[in-house]
Design a protein around this ligand. Structure first.
Ligand code: ZN
Length: 216
């Protein structure tokens, strides 16, 4: 795991080393748009529902995990929770660096979080066009099972810890905008409206454009 100091400019649910939307080739962009279209967006009540623990580690679960991993990769995301696809199972997938294998956590529980907090920018495939600074514990220890039911113990820091917390929040119906100030939330909702209305990013800083998760 890399040190947390270089995580300030990366964001959850968007590959940090992915090219800007304008630079994607047509096929990649079409695949991304198709994947994003299947992700439930802010305002959909399913994003506020709590997912239910999985008790059958069968082929159906493995197929679900595989589908989630493919969608996440196609959407150029680094994390995805089942609730974001309208499935109320406690399942999440993530891949912090594009060269890593995709990790699936079933029934994840945060067993320990550090007192030390860290603030970094996050984005969310369900809230396209919105980036917010979120403060979270810098390090976590999570217990979960993999798709076959084997126990996993994960110690994470930096972006790895952040994406796990962001996705577990989704399984509890919690969104990143719930973890920021009212003022920041008002600003985020304005960005969301603009993204939905198709306002271009011309006026935004270059870094924000480069990390955009939605088509302009
Ligand atoms: Zn999210």
């Amino acid at each position: 795991m890399s040190s947390s100091s270089d995580d300030d400019d990366v964001e959850v649910e968007r590959e940090e080393d992915a090219p800007a939307v304008e630079e994607l080739d047509e096929e990649t962009r079409a695949r991304r748009d198709a994947a994003l279209a299947r992700v439930r967006k802010h305002g959909d009540p399913v994003l506020r529902a709590s997912a239910v623990a999985v008790d059958r580690f069968d082929g159906a679960l493995q197929a679900e995990i595989e589908r989630m991993g493919e969608l996440m990769a196609d959407a150029l995301g680094i994390g995805l929770a089942a609730t974001q696809l309208g499935v109320l199972n406690r399942v999440l997938v993530y891949r912090v660096h594009v060269e890593d294998p995709i990790t699936a956590l079933v029934n994840p529980v945060l067993e320990w979080v550090s007192e030390e907090l860290e603030t970094a920018e996050e984005g969310c495939l369900s809230i396209p066009g919105v980036h917010v600074e979120v403060e979270r514990p810098a390090r976590v220890r999570a217990r979960a099972r993999d798709g076959a039911g084997a126990e996993l113990l994960i110690e994470a820091e930096g972006l790895h810890a952040r994406v796990i917390q962001h996705e577990i929040d989704h399984l509890d119906g919690v969104l990143m905008i719930d973890r920021i100030s009212r003022e920041a939330r008002r600003e985020a909702m304005r960005s969301l409206r603009e993204a939905r209305e198709g306002v271009t990013d011309a006026a935004r800083p270059a870094r924000a454009v480069a990390s955009e998760t939605s088509p302009a």
